[in-house]
Design a protein around this ligand. Sequence first.
Ligand code: AMP
Ligand code: GLY
Length: 321
Amino acid sequence: MSGMEVLVVGSGGREHALAIGLSKSDSVSSVHCSPGNAGTSMVATNHDVPASDTEGIVNLAKDLRVSLVVVGPEAPLVNGLSDRLRQESIPSFGPHSEGAILEGSKTHAKTVMAALGVPTGRFERIDEIDSIGASLESFEPPWVIKRDVLAGGKGVTVTSSRSEAYEALRSGIETDGFVLMEEHLSGEEASVLVIMDESGYVMLPASQDHKRVGNNDQGPNTGGMGAYAPAPVATPSVLARTREEIVEPMHHHLRNSETPYRGCLYVGLMIDEDGAPSVVEFNVRLGDPEAQVTIPLFQTDLGLVLLAAAQGNLADVELSL
Ligand code: AMP
Ligand code: GLY
């Protein structure tokens, strides 16, 4: 097959990396990006429809007669962009809205993990300012407080200061009506991006991003300020456990859900000192900046891999990394 037109949705470094990878794919004749950025304009044609404009993106994909849409960020997925594209018979790399809830709601992700026995930290939902004190007592510091909203990695407070923890809980309840507190996991973090559909899955080499501002990881969390791959902390034995304890059950669950999951499941891991992995978070898309260091490792035509996953034929593609 040759000569696909592909539309990449989004405007970050991840979308630049996707556009570069696709522009180097023999299967792809031209790459479009919406809205794109200065980087994507060097390898693709930028369009001015925002990623949040679902109908605008669907119309753009139809006007351009693209064979594939690759959705970069999570918000359009949560808002149902892939659902709408599939209704129009346009293959989309990225899960439907039902699958995207794994990132859209941390409560949902925790509930799924508990049902499947996937290792992750204990958590509690806190609705009342009056119960903050008791909740702080029931977890050991450092406290981990999370808003259950899409916050680009910035809705989390990790602190050993009781007053800071109290304030994060109080303001979370005031803003959103409730907030989550989670058991603190210690160890080394790594990200494993898993391309999947109902026919199979492929785990890409593990990467690590640099999350905290300042020297010695002392500052607040960011969405990630740079990354490298492969990450040596994810040893063959860690990866084998990750596959068996996390990826296999998640894939089994997602492939059997009402609408199969087609896209990337980002597994944010904490690896403890004994090499046991547990899940810090799931995202429903490639990581940014993890994509920038993972996509260049593909030896296989990226366009073919993403199209196969979007069509549910991933098992037919032999991927070399
Ligand atoms: P999240 O939005 O859930 O991905 O969290 C963002 C970042 O906060 C993670 O990448 C970790 O660095 C940190 N974090 C989140 N949850 C925990 C936890 N339970 N224990 C330790 N650190 C955490
Ligand atoms: N780098 C973290 C993320 O993409 O969520």
